[in-house]
Write a protein that binds this ligand. Structure first.
Ligand code: PL3
Ligand code: FE2
Ligand code: FE2
Length: 251
């Protein structure tokens, strides 16, 4: 059965507005009006955040490569994937006729960007991986998974391709932290304490615009916590450590 085809061909008085997809395997979900001014206005900031996030992710993986020369080639491949993501999301904005508000996005990332740069200059690989490969990638994975459910068909296809890559990136950081856990645990905990609250506040800042795109804050938080906890679990932290780390988001 083709789930992308709306089953109802005729609009009746009590029928919901167009966009409701009737499919037994999927939860029916109403889609926003991608052409409305409200949608385009919110999209100008969300789209910019994603474009900036992908660009900074590229730069961050290249930078981490300078700290781990033996992995520089591999990290360059991750960075190239980020450039491709950036181009994909730029096309999504163009497709909707939206101009991305890049200066808003740069401010949005500035605190995290500053912390990454400081860690980089001090050679703190653990902190760099936690910020980029765990926190930012988990944030991206959660946002993209939610977005896929309510995106326009063009952006949906692009985002589906992107999110697969983001799991590869998350995994990459996970593997490094796992192999070095004995020596990096204290730094990991400390970096998390500082940077998880920043992710939390970024989520708060994006929530209003995201809801215009039909992306609800609770859903974003839930998806983030799943990706974040799974990842810490893979790294080899126990439930008590993970609970302690997650608490940094609420206090
Ligand atoms: C790393 O590969 C990418 C980092 C990007 C961070 C993205 C944050 C997401 C913000 C919330 C909304 C996303 C919806 C997608 C819209 C195009
Ligand atoms: Fe990406
Ligand atoms: Fe990524």
């Amino acid at each position: 059965m083709n789930c992308s085809m709306p089953k109802r061909s005729m609009q009746t008085i009590d029928a919901p507005a167009i966009g409701l997809i009737d499919c037994p395997e999927q939860v029916s979900q109403e889609l926003p009006d991608f052409t409305s001014e409200a949608y385009k206005d919110a999209y100008s900031r969300i789209n910019a955040i994603v474009i900036e996030g992908e660009k900074e992710a590229h730069d961050n993986y290249i930078s981490i490569g300078t700290l781990i020369p033996v992995q520089a080639e591999e990290l360059k491949k991750l960075a190239q994937m980020e450039m491709k993501h950036m181009r994909g999301f730029t096309a999504c904005g163009k497709n909707l006729g939206v101009q991305a508000d890049m200066s808003f996005a740069q401010k949005f990332f500035s605190q995290l960007h500053g912390n990454f740069q400081n860690a980089l200059s001090e050679g703190k690989i653990t902190t760099c991986f936690l910020i980029q490969a765990i926190l930012i990638e988990a944030f991206a994975i959660s946002a993209y998974n939610v977005y896929i459910r309510v995106a326009d068909p063009f952006a949906k296809k692009i985002t589906e391709g992107v999110v697969k890559d983001e799991y590869i990136h998350l995994n990459y950081g996970q593997e490094w932290l796992k192999s070095n856990l004995a020596s990096c645990k204290d730094e990991l905990m400390e970096a998390n304490k500082i940077n998880l609250p920043i992710i939390r506040s970024m989520l708060d800042q994006v929530a209003e615009d995201a809801s215009v795109l039909y992306m609800e804050k609770e859903e974003l938080m839930e998806e983030f916590m799943i990706a974040y906890q799974d990842s810490l679990n893979e790294i080899g932290l126990n439930n008590r450590d993970i609970a302690r780390m997650a608490l940094a988001a609420v206090i």
